[in-house]
Design a protein around this ligand. Structure first.
Ligand SMILES: Cc1cc2nc3c(=O)[nH]c(=O)nc-3n(C[C@H](O)[C@H](O)[C@H](O)COP(=O)(O)OP(=O)(O)OC[C@H]3O[C@@H](n4cnc5c(N)ncnc54)[C@H](O)[C@@H]3O)c2cc1C
Length: 378
């Protein structure tokens, strides 16, 4: 067993770390304040290769794979989980296109995603409930050589930053009754709604999409009619869940650093609070959660890079553990800070708010546990 990264992964890690410190960190206060994603960052992420990590070279990507992606997402999320989440969803649409799109669709959309013309989007969730995929109400009715879309999506990452989101809609009944579409921004009847006002992940764009008699040409269908459920589930489980796990890993790393820094600098009873056993226990708990998360995330990505069938289970495990661990660790880091932890000028309160958002984005812990118990019991 070799725990050393190969050289290309080390380069990606260094590039993402430098980019996060230099280009992302100065934007964090503004994102917290306004709740808006800074659009110029999209092109900048493209320039350093972050947008095309899982896309083949022939479409403008680097094809470095999922371990490189995990490491990059963690580095970005250590500085801004909101930017990490936006980037991970971008990779979701790229991966979905690779798996399900026609040659023409791949030729058209993958280079645009790599160039940073816009951020990728995968719109599945509706007000009827994200966990209940088959309960969705958005319909796509065949009409005059295309489809007529009606309905709405909510909680969609990059909703206002996308040029051509992937939309899952009903074309029939049951699990073969969902289909996936690419809908161009500006298509008549396609209207983005509000940008949500969130407790955490403030800089990530999370919004609604409305379809009112929106006409999508037949060329917008991704894969065959009826393959939407498979496309959504594969993309969520094999790209979305490990992506959110990597974002949570970044939050854990930042929580660990903040807890260490504060416990060494804050003095009580004439000594740094790092001398207090209760503080040492908090630090040790965060340390164990961080290392366990790291190993789960790296192993899951390693399995995915090798096309192993057990990758999806490993990724769900990583998602469930990492997001819950990020909540525990950021809360402990916050407690180490005492009252200071609740003050907005300390990063640790943001880490805790962001960690809480990670639990439902990409599928909740409860749904993750259902998936895992099915894998174990079947
Ligand atoms: C910041 C953010 C970004 C997001 N980005 C996207 C995106 O880009 N694209 C997208 O399509 N969606 C996105 N989502 C939606 C996300 O996938 C859903 O929030 C998630 O799937 C849960 O759906 P819900 O919020 O409707 O909760 P519900 O499905 O209503 O669930 C409510 C509660 O019931 C529990 N529950 C549901 N079913 C079961 C069950 N069978 N057994 C036990 N408990 C159950 C859930 O775990 C949860 O605790 C995002 C969400 C957030 C918060």
């Amino acid at each position: 067993m070799d725990f050393e990264f190969a050289s290309p992964v080390k380069i990606v890690q260094r590039t993402a770390r430098d980019f996060a410190r230099q280009a992302v960190a100065p934007l964090v206060p503004g994102m917290e304040e306004t709740g808006k994603f800074p659009r110029p960052l999209i092109r900048q992420m493209a320039e350093v290769g972050l947008l095309g990590l899982v896309t083949p070279k022939k479409y403008g990507g680097s094809e470095l794979g999922y371990l490189a992606r995990t490491v990059a997402l963690a580095e970005i999320s250590k500085v801004s989980a909101a930017v990490g989440m936006s980037l991970q969803v971008h990779h979701m649409q790229a991966a979905a296109l690779l798996d399900w799109a026609s040659k023409e669709q791949k030729d058209e959309y993958l280079p645009r995603l790599c160039r940073g013309e816009y951020l990728g989007t995968v719109a599945v969730t509706e007000p009827t409930g994200g966990s209940d995929l088959l309960g969705m109400a958005t319909t796509a009715r065949p009409e005059r050589g295309g489809y007529l879309l009606n309905g709405s999506k909510c909680f969609i990452t990059n909703a206002h930053l996308s040029g051509a989101p992937m939309i899952v809609a009903k074309t029939g009944e049951g699990s073969r009754g969902l289909s996936a579409f690419i809908v161009e921004k500006g298509a008549p009847g396609f209207v983005p709604g509000r940008n949500e006002h969130k407790m955490g992940m403030r800089g990530a764009d999370t919004g609604e999409l409305f379809f009112k008699n929106c006409r999508d040409p037949a060329s917008g269908l991704m894969g065959d009619e009826g393959e939407g459920m498979k496309a959504a589930l594969k993309t969520i489980s094999e790209v979305g869940r490990p992506g959110m796990a990597a974002v949570a890993l970044g939050i854990l790393e930042a929580s660990y650093d903040e807890a260490l820094k504060f416990s060494k600098s804050r003095t009580l009873y004439g000594k740094p609070i790092a001398n207090l056993q209760a503080i040492q226990w908090h630090v040790a708990d965060i340390m164990v959660d961080l290392e366990a998360t790291r190993l789960l995330c790296y192993r899951a990505s390693w399995l995915k890079d090798r096309g192993r069938p057990d990758a999806a289970t490993a990724m769900t495990m990583a998602k469930v553990y990492a997001t819950e661990a990020a909540c525990r660790a950021s809360r402990k880091a916050l407690e180490v800070h005492g009252g200071c932890g609740t003050m907005m000028e300390y990063a640790v309160q943001r880490l805790w708010r962001d960690a809480m958002v990670c639990v439902s984005a990409g599928g909740t812990t409860e749904i993750g546990k259902i998936v895992l118990s099915r894998a174990a019991l079947n």
